[in-house]
Design a protein around this ligand. Structure first.
Ligand SMILES: Cc1cc2nc3c(=O)[nH]c(=O)nc-3n(C[C@H](O)[C@H](O)[C@H](O)COP(=O)(O)OP(=O)(O)OC[C@H]3O[C@@H](n4cnc5c(N)ncnc54)[C@H](O)[C@@H]3O)c2cc1C
Length: 401
């Protein structure tokens, strides 16, 4: 698969990609057919078929920090966005409520389907629909086109990405769209220009797409300028990074889409009676590329969990299912890696009380990587990187795993 959907596939892709990692900084912004200068590992990392720590560790095993700093920085953008949103869940709630309120008009649909005035944006739109992927620079251009050139609500564009991207991530997606719209860094919008696209997009892609096809001189629209959103941060909830197994407990561990590598997680040493796969059904079916990618990644994770824990694996497609199955199996403790702010976390809200009502303990854990790094996302990326980068340069992932 072009976008690895198994742990083994992701590890192999990483190994192959790393030979060119020192040239990443110079080449990453160029949009070429097949995207050879970027790793295309984002779906695998987002769902933790491999972890950020493993990517960083493998990179630093081969190269000195300075030679690959740009690549490491990009890998840590994900943790930065996660931390920023994790400490401001109200921004996610505000976004999801806005999506519900905005009408999906004909123009938004035409741009999303690749039927707009701009040849190159139509090319990227179709690439997203067909493959579930868009290069980072193209995402910036496309989001900018949507917001500033077409005057469409950023929330609808973000929602479209979130449905189609294989790597759909509540934090990276929502906050990147907010950044292009000028909300994330107040007053600083990102405006795509024909000149920049001409410089970084391969001529063969541009020619086949029929050129840029939009006028220069568009003025950036500052979305949501009227009213300043509440961006106050709350401290990250403290959760353990280790789990002690107590004799006499009948434990079930939960496998979910936010972390598909239980055997390499704080839950690895647990001896559960059962693994509950919690893959809730969505309101409407997922687009084919994403549905297929997820099906393969889940099957891979489930296979590895069965092998590692040596106990039965049971599927649950709703939170009611999860509760019912736990009760029926006589589970006394339900263990789970805490999902970050996003739809899965929304789906699980109140579960703790329900489990307690049935006499069960709900134990949530967090990887050390997240516990250490996420709280540093209190301001902008560069103060974050000053701390995180210094940590990596000094002792690699030693204090993070
Ligand atoms: C409007 C917009 C929406 C986006 N939505 C998402 C999303 O839903 N999910 C998502 O994972 N990324 C999102 N990104 C970030 C970025 O575009 C992708 O992570 C990147 O294109 C993935 O391709 P790659 O694996 O080949 O990246 P590479 O260049 O090979 O980067 C290596 C890894 O670093 C991480 N990374 C790189 N760039 C970023 C970034 N800007 N932000 C966060 N992490 C990054 C990814 O895990 C990636 O796999 C968005 C960016 C924009 C501008």
């Amino acid at each position: 698969m072009e976008f690895p959907a198994s742990r083994q596939g992701a590890l192999e892709r990483l190994e192959g990609f790393l030979s060119g990692a020192p040239r990443y900084a110079a080449r990453r912004n160029h949009v070429l057919p097949g995207h050879p200068h970027v790793s295309r590992l984002s779906a695998a990392i987002r769902h933790r078929l491999i972890t950020e720590a493993e990517v960083v560790e493998a990179t630093l095993r081969r190269y000195p920090f300075r030679a690959v700093e740009k690549f490491l920085q990009e890998v840590l953008w994900r943790s930065y966005w996660k931390g920023w949103l994790e400490m401001r869940p109200q921004v996610w709630q505000h976004y999801t409520a806005s999506v519900q309120r905005k009408p999906d008009d004909g123009q938004a649909r035409a741009v999303a389907e690749g039927l707009s005035r701009s040849g190159i944006m139509n090319h990227f739109a179709r690439e997203l629909l067909e493959t579930g992927y868009m290069h980072n620079h193209a995402r910036m251009w496309w989001a900018s086109y949507w917001i500033h050139h077409c005057g469409l609500p950023w929330e609808l564009g973000a929602d479209h990405f979130f449905r189609h991207l294989l790597d759909a991530d509540p934090a990276s997606n929502t906050l990147s769209w907010r950044w292009v719209a000028g909300l994330q860094t107040r007053g600083k919008t990102y405006l795509a220009t024909g000149q920049n696209i001409g410089k970084y997009c391969a001529p063969e892609i541009l020619a086949a797409a029929g050129g840029v096809g939009f006028e220069e001189g568009v003025v950036a629209r500052t979305a949501g300028g009227e009213e300043r959103e509440d961006e106050s941060a709350s401290p990250l909830e403290e959760l353990p990074a280790e789990c002690e197994f107590r004799n006499g407990e009948k434990t079930a561990v939960v496998l979910h889409d936010e972390d598909l590598c239980l055997e390499n997680s704080p839950l690895a040493n647990v001896r559960p009676a059962l693994v509950l796969q919690f893959f809730p059904e969505t309101d409407s079916p997922l687009p084919a590329p994403r549905a297929e990618w997820l099906a393969e990644a889940r099957a891979d994770a489930s296979r590895r969990a069965t092998e590692h824990f040596g106990c039965p694996v049971q599927g649950c497609s709703s939170r009611e299912d999860l509760l019912r199955e736990s009760v029926q199996q006589g589970v006394t403790s339900l263990l789970m890696l805490q999902p970050c702010v996003g739809p899965l976390r929304d789906e699980l809200s109140g579960l703790s009380e329900e489990l307690a009502g049935c006499g069960m303990k709900f134990v949530r854990l967090r990887r050390k990587w997240d516990s250490v790094l996420l709280p540093h996302a209190s301001r902008g990326f560069f103060p974050f990187w000053n701390k995180a980068g210094r940590l990596l340069a000094k002792s690699g992932t030693e204090t993070l795993t």
